[in-house]
Design a protein around this ligand. Structure first.
Ligand code: MOS
Length: 702
């Protein structure tokens, strides 16, 4: 059968048209299976046992009594577990030793994995895990995090620790208006709805792991290195993922599952409990941030300093680069930013939605609001007066920078022009009312990926790419991109994702997933169309082409590549209870071409709601005595729920990326950036009181 695609150009235009999720029906009917529920014959269940001390040594693991319990198959711990190799650099750097479980008797934090109990059923594994006695030699621990910590040191992450331009002290001295303020954000947790889960098995000499992760290629690479396997001997599948937000990379439970599957030679599943996720899934470090701004009376910045402190564990370095967002946002004659870290007896933090920008924009954008007040200038006008022509520190050109358009459109829709800038004036019964704004920015990168496209004999097309749809709508976006590239209707395209056998691909992270995968899909589609245009007969197995974007992305010119946005919030503050309620929120973004307005709006709004949550609710509390959490669950850890979320609107201005084949920039993270600052600035406008410490709890308001 011969199929030509070139006669269907009339259907072009799927990109930019709202499309419901291609896997939506499977998800709402339960047909979509997640990593923790895919059935396997002979499946055994592992339950992790985690430390009850924050620092010390394991003296003994009393495995014998537990091995006699019903259904118990094995107890893995540092005394008997397979050895792994941790001396490597993976896709995102050196591995966090927390994931290389059971390799030694040291305990560096509360909730550290000390054993895996494997049994025939999940219930038996849990009962035995709870009965397992572990003896420790406890040592004193230190979990005290505070600004100005004497052991803080600068740490590069995905961005350099320090960036400096000009003479800061001289410019501060010469400034007519100076702001010097300290802002803090607490430890925050991702809490994706689907807990972390992995099933590992050996299948004809290959290791197969069915997993909930943000990138099959990434996890394969880690397994191959850890277990000294050829990458082709490892397969990771993760078709459906119920949220990730940075927490779903390589973690302890996957490695424990592989070890147990190796020892027992049968499939083993390990699922983290919600409580275990608080110590084993990573989290956002608390931050302490000092911002110093110096300006002329007209608000033009002479000096900008942003110094951020976050924490990491004693076993692995991770930095929350909160001070880096200033390098993109505002120009100043002297511009100093530094990200520093202190090592404490806590689990290693990790990437969490907009790592760096989320807490960093709270401090910077709240500081800008304070400066606007001091200068007597409208906060939007102040920002526009400090708009840079090029990267304030790098000197590089921006790919596009449409922040001004976001503020203009946002101000018009929000009704900003009518705003009385004076705080504490608007009252409605027991409520004080206020509005606030903040800017947003997030990096717009792309990373090499491969895609495999097949023109099937029945006239349909199959795309295979090791993409991860962690709830973002990426799979649907890729369907639209492929349909346009092939010039066919979306219903003739099926996109298969979440399988490392499809070839290397970028992770769902850094807001780079859909952009990077789309690029690879475009490249393959172009070649496939050329092949089909020659009038080739399609054989029964179809015609398959493969793309690799390594070269094209490597050839990209050096530019400041970012998305931008303007956030607006209106709040009401109850003067009798201190409760803050967000009444409405608007975000206008310049974030590249929007592939699917339906799921894109969902991404923006989801990020903005998280910003409300960050501003008002989220805070993980550690108990100093034990070093562990107080209330490591969704009862103790408050997140914004329906009753906290008002009308949240998100929209965008035209901002196609000129260097991307589809014009995409990436939208996964920018929604949360600036959102908490907009709420905090609105609380000041309502009450006249600045809140520099999140969350803005009722007890802090009163
Ligand atoms: Mo995102 S924090 O890169 O998953």
């Amino acid at each position: 059968m011969t199929t030509t695609t070139t006669e269907t150009t009339a259907v072009r235009g799927a990109v930019g048209t709202a499309h419901t999720r291609v896997e939506g029906l499977a998800k709402v009917t339960g047909a979509a299976r997640y990593a923790g529920e895919i059935p396997f014959a002979e499946l055994a269940h592992g339950w992790l046992v985690v430390s009850t001390i924050a620092r010390g040594r394991i003296r003994s693991v009393e495995a014998e009594p537990v091995l006699a319990m019903p259904g118990v198959l094995a107890v893995l711990h540092h005394g008997n577990a397979p050895r792994v190799d941790t001396d490597y650099v993976g896709m995102l750097g050196a591995p966090d030793p927390t994931c290389a479980v059971f390799q030694h008797d040291r305990v560096p934090s509360m909730g550290w994995p000390v054993a895996l109990v494997v049994a025939e059923t999940s219930e038996e594994a849990r009962a035995a895990a709870e009965a397992l006695v572990v003896h420790y030699d406890q040592e004193p621990h230190d979990i005290d995090f505070a600004g100005g910590h004497p052991d803080a040191y600068p740490l590069d992450g995905h961005l350099p620790a320090v960036a400096e331009k000009g003479d800061l002290e001289a410019e501060l001295t010469a400034s007519a208006v100076v702001l010097d303020a300290e802002y803090t954000t607490p430890e925050e947790h991702h809490n994706p709805m689907e807990p972390h889960a992995a099933t590992a098995r050996w299948d004809g000499g290959r290791l197969e792991v069915v997993d909930s992760n943000q990138g099959a290629t990434w996890v394969v690479g880690e397994f191959a290195k850890l277990f000294s396997l050829d990458p082709s001997a490892v397969r990771v599948r993760s078709e459906h993922v119920g949220g990730g937000f940075g927490s779903k990379g390589l973690r302890a439970h996957q490695v424990a599952a592989v070890m147990a599957a190796t020892v027992l030679q049968r499939p083993v599943r390990v699922v983290l409990t919600r409580r275990q996720m608080f110590s084993l899934a990573g989290y956002r470090s608390p931050t302490s941030q000092r911002v110093r701004l110096g300006a002329d009376p007209d608000g033009r910045l002479r000096a900008l300093e942003h110094r951020a402190l976050s924490l990491t564990s004693t076993v692995h370095e991770f930095i929350e680069p909160s001070a880096a967002v200033a390098r993109v946002m505002y120009d100043a004659d002297a511009h100093h930013t530094a990200n520093t870290v202190v090592r404490l007896d806590v689990p290693t933090p990790t990437f969490m939605r907009a790592p760096g920008e989320a807490p960093g924009s709270f401090a910077l954008e709240a500081a800008l609001d304070e400066l606007a007040e001091k200068c007597g200038i409208d906060p939007i006008e102040l920002r526009l007066r400090n708009e840079p022509e090029k990267g304030p520190v790098s000197g590089l050109p921006f790919s596009t920078r449409n922040l001004r358009a976001c503020f203009e459109e946002g101000a018009r829709r929000f009704g900003w022009a009518d705003r009385d800038p004076r705080p504490g004036l608007r009252r409605e019964g027991r409520w004080l009312l206020g509005t606030g704004t903040a800017a947003a920015s997030f990096g717009a990168g792309a990373a090499p990926s491969t895609a495999v496209l097949t023109a099937e004999a029945d006239g349909t097309f199959t795309v295979r790419i090791a993409a991860a749809d962690i709830g973002t709508g990426a799979r649907t976006a890729l369907t639209l991109v492929a349909a346009d590239a092939l010039e066919v209707a979306p219903d003739r395209v099926r996109v298969r994702i979440g399988d490392s056998d499809f070839g290397p691909a970028m992770i769902a992270g850094g807001s780079m997933g859909t952009r990077s995968w789309s690029w690879a899909v475009m490249a393959a589609a172009k070649e496939l169309r050329e092949r089909l245009a020659l009038g080739a007969d399609i054989p029964p197995e179809g015609i398959t082409v493969r793309s690799d974007t390594t070269e094209a992305i490597g050839a990209l010119a050096q530019k400041e590549r970012h998305s931008f946005g303007a956030q607006f919030a209106e709040v009401a503050v109850d003067v009798t209870t201190g409760e803050v309620r967000v009444r409405r929120m608007l975000g206008v973004f310049a974030a590249g071409r929007i592939v699917n307005p339906l799921t894109a709006r969902n991404q923006f709004v989801g990020g903005m709601i998280w910003g409300i949550s960050m501003a008002l609710h989220e805070e993980a509390v550690r108990d100093r005595a034990s070093g562990g959490h107080v209330g490591a669950d969704l009862a103790g850890y408050h997140v914004a729920t329906h009753a906290d979320v008002p009308l949240v609107e998100a929209d965008w201005v035209d901002d196609p990326d000129p260097d991307d084949p589809v014009g995409i920039k990436g939208i996964g993270e920018i929604g949360i950036v600036g959102a908490a600052a907009a709420v905090a600035n609105a609380v000041w406008h309502a009450t006249g009181v600045r809140h520099r410490h999140l969350p803005i709890r009722p007890d802090r308001v009163l």
